[in-house]
Write a new protein. Structure first.
Length: 465
């Protein structure tokens, strides 16, 4: 009997109830009614047995049984032989009580927005097999509180991979693991403020989210014009730090010119290099990381968001020694140890390289199909053959709004350059013009939907012309 009771207690669910008043039965009835009425106990929620709940609350089992019987009679609860007691359906919430949460925004069927890979191509089986192997072989101590820089296994694997594939000068001791680029940028921005920096130069076209993150940590922003040679580095005079996408400027798609790369290397302030899709170059070998030219003041940032999936929240920073402690202090809460172990094994086993090569081939073919479809309409995309998006220039900014409206009518989601511009819409002080255009992402759609997505995009462009 005692063994049966112990199993019943272990198998019970936890139930938070606050009993008020001196009458125990009335207090328990009221607490259960309130929990159901407020939605804390949802329809179908199975309640603990009377024995288990009585033990948890420190009251008599008969009292709990009587309360259950009363609420069953009133229709609050239901009981079935062999299924126990659960919350009855169809109880409407009281006036003013919380109702269902706001529904999530629907995902467009034909999504040609930039910034994400084809999630259906995530290597589920390989990742699962790697995770099982990593967990089976992990010593117990790795499941405790990790080094704030991240697990040494992952930092060592990344140091080898980044040196080999991106030309990064990386000591494992100078690598910090973060939960994606946004998390890393927030930590870097706080570290910059803590070490006396006040102004961050940013490319005039880029993610508004990234500008908001830096500004939210107290940094003043200074937009840098972007032309055919990349960011105009000379406009960063007086800034304490720069945020750049040198290998493949986002979203305009140009590579930072060698002369300007040298300007960055000779610049005295801190540079944040966002190498968000550096492995994905299709017409030649990828341009190496800027960091190798000036590892003493360039913070290299990369993630697995494009190569694997954004929701993994796995990113990394290669930080100069003089900033390492400050950045590490701001990034103490990184990804889970299991995910770090899995990625480390994924890299060292060669599976990560294989995934990169498969993805590179798939996205190169998609870009070729996009370019061919636009050529048939007499149009041409701009920017280098790289990444997961391309830019189609428009003659004026008013057409961006017309394109968004037309795309919505055709069931297509696209981006426009206006979503990425910093500041106003007129020329800057040096006469750099404001560009108008579409930012077309070819990474998101699953393969079976890509042909239709292109056809609908072409229909939008035909209407626009």
């Amino acid at each position: 009997m005692e063994e049966t009771w112990a199993k019943e207690l272990v198998g019970a669910v936890d139930l938070h109830l606050e009993l008020s008043g001196t009458r125990v039965r009335a207090g328990l009835e009221g607490a259960l009614r309130d929990a159901i009425r407020a939605g804390r106990l949802r329809t179908g929620t199975r309640l603990p047995s009377s024995r288990a709940l009585a033990a948890d609350l420190g009251i008599a089992r008969n009292t709990v049984a009587e309360v259950y019987s009363q609420l069953i009679a009133e229709g609050w609860l239901t009981a079935r032989t062999g299924s126990g007691t659960s919350v009855a359906p169809h109880r409407a919430p009281a006036p003013g009580a919380p109702v269902t949460a706001r529904p999530e925004q629907a995902v467009p069927r034909y999504d040609l927005r930039a910034g994400a890979p084809d999630l259906s191509a995530f290597p589920r089986r390989a990742w699962l097999a790697t995770a099982r192997k990593a967990l089976a072989n992990a010593p117990d101590y790795l499941l405790g509180y990790p080094d704030p820089r991240g697990l040494p296994q992952l930092r060592a694997a990344l140091a080898d991979y980044l040196a080999r594939a991106r030309g990064v000068t990386a000591d494992p001791a100078h690598i910090v693991i973060c939960a994606g680029f946004a998390h890393g940028l927030a930590g870097i921005s706080r570290a910059l403020r803590a070490t006396g920096s006040a102004t961050l130069a940013v490319e005039a076209y880029g993610h508004q989210t990234h500008r908001d993150i830096a500004a939210g940590q107290g940094l003043r922003l200074r937009p840098l014009p972007v032309d055919g040679m990349g960011a105009v580095i000379g406009r960063a005079a007086g800034a304490d730090a720069m945020l750049l996408t040198p290998a493949h400027q986002f979203p305009l798609g140009v590579t930072l010119h060698p002369r300007r790369r040298r300007e960055v290397a000779d610049w005295g302030g801190v540079v944040i290099e966002d190498d968000y899709d550096g492995e994905f170059r299709y017409d030649r070998q990828p341009v190496g990381a800027l960091q190798t030219l000036a590892p003493d003041h360039v913070i290299y940032a990369g993630t697995a968001s494009k190569s694997l999936a954004p929701s993994l929240r796995l990113g990394w920073l290669v930080v100069p020694p003089r900033l390492l402690d400050a950045v590490t202090a701001e990034l103490a809460a990184g990804p889970s140890a299991l995910d770090q172990l899995t990625l480390a094994e994924f890299i060292t086993s060669g599976a990560y390289d294989r995934q990169i090569r498969r993805a590179r081939l798939a996205y190169r073919r998609r870009r070729d199909r996009l370019a061919a479809a636009l050529r048939r309409q007499g149009l041409r995309v701009t920017g280098i053959a790289a990444g997961m998006h391309a830019v189609l220039d428009l003659p004026r900014t008013s057409l961006e709004h017309a394109a968004l409206s037309g795309a919505s009518e055709h069931g297509v989601a696209i981006d426009v350059l206006g979503h990425y511009r910093a500041g106003g819409t007129g020329p800057d002080d040096d006469g750099h013009r404001v560009r108008a255009g579409l930012v077309i992402g070819y990474g998101r759609p699953p393969e079976h939907a890509y042909t239709t997505a292109l056809a609908r995009l072409c229909a939008v462009l035909a209407d626009l012309r």
